[in-house]
Design a binder for this molecule. Structure first.
Ligand SMILES: [Fe+2]
Length: 342
């Protein structure tokens, strides 16, 4: 018994000795190790950040997509296919964007609605009109955004996440009349604080639009059918604004709009990943609209018990001074307004 106990003790000692030898001499971790670890971690974070920045600038900005949406309206006699474009923010030389805009004409829409922010470059009007040339052959209407009046100024892209932007007092003016003159010459209706009516695809359609609510320029002008000398009732009422500020959406809805089109939010522009097919989760809208409505369709209850479909475009561009998008590709939308199935 005495011998066995001795052997066991020997094995234990041997094991302990071998462990010390394999591990090498143990020394306490000092400031140098901590600095090296932090440097390695910083390098990984920096590489990821740089990679994300390059992706959001070089890849996501050119990942042009078409969103397809349906809005249903009770008792509508026929369908209307609306191509919704917004926030082009064109800069000279954006040829990929130009060609994609031209190809949208292959969709053969019944109507084009442009919800503003066409420019990020004071000398880009000829290229914008060239890009939109094929679409200007279709019936259309438009409203101004702040980036049809004033050129962008440099800002940190992450400032977009901080809150609604404000107009800088020394912002450079853009050639608004040249741009809108081109639209109007092609027959598109300027709905800046104005209303109009037309017949499309057999439907009598009324429009009411406002100047940019983000600049507090909006003045609701009513509908053709509510004028002093009203026209016969419309089959469809469409409201149009650049910024989907809540007071404007409520005004349109409570005055009987069946559908409202807006842009401005850029879909949140820098979003978190989402795995529900929505493409990304917005954190901000650059106005008082809740972030969950930053892009796509949502519905608002009307005072008369009906509902208004509100379509917010994530837009086609970004400010030239903040050229990044993340989990939020540029988009146009084909919105089919159709009768509610009985
Ligand atoms: Fe915009």
């Amino acid at each position: 018994m005495t011998r066995m106990t001795t052997t066991t003790a020997t094995v234990t000692r041997t094991t302990a000795t071998r462990t010390m030898t394999d591990a090498g001499p143990v020394r306490p971790k000092g400031a140098g190790d901590a600095v090296r670890a932090l440097t390695r971690a910083g390098g990984v974070v920096g590489a990821l950040g740089l990679g994300t920045l390059v992706y959001s600038n070089r890849v996501e900005l050119n990942r042009f997509t078409l969103r397809q949406v349906r809005i249903t309206v009770p008792h509508l006699p026929a369908e209307l296919r609306v191509l919704h474009i917004s926030d082009i923010h064109y800069v000279r030389g954006q040829h990929r964007k130009l060609r994609w805009l031209q190809q949208l004409a292959e969709l053969q829409p019944d109507l084009v609605i442009n919800t503003g922010d066409n420019l990020s470059d004071a000398r880009a009007v000829p290229e914008v009109l060239e890009a939109l040339g094929p679409l200007l052959r279709f019936p259309g209407c438009f409203v101004p955004g702040s980036n049809d009046y004033y050129a962008p100024r440099f800002k940190n892209p992450l400032m977009y996440l901080k809150g609604p932007s404000t107009l800088h007092p020394s912002a450079e003016s853009l050639p608004t009349e040249e741009l809108f003159g081109g639209f109007e010459a092609a027959g598109w209706a300027n709905l800046s604080n104005a209303h109009s009516a037309t017949r499309l695809n057999g439907l009598k359609v009324e429009f009411s639009g406002v100047d940019d609510p983000h600049l507090d320029l909006d003045e609701f002008s009513g509908w053709p059918s509510t004028d002093a000398q009203p026209e016969p009732p419309a089959d469809l009422k469409i409201g149009v604004a650049h910024a989907p500020v809540v007071r404007v959406l409520e005004t349109f809805a409570d005055s009987g709009a069946d559908a409202v089109f807006a842009g401005h939010t850029h879909g949140g522009q820098v979003c978190l990943p989402a795995f529900d097919g929505s493409g990304g989760r917005a954190l901000v809208t650059n106005c008082d609209l809740p972030a969950k409505y930053a892009k796509g369709l949502h519905t608002r209850r009307r005072a008369d018990g009906g509902s208004t479909g509100v379509h917010v475009s994530a837009g086609i561009g970004t400010s030239a001074k903040a050229p990044v998008r993340l989990f939020c590709p540029p988009e146009a939308s084909l919105v089919t307004i159709s009768p509610t199935s009985e």
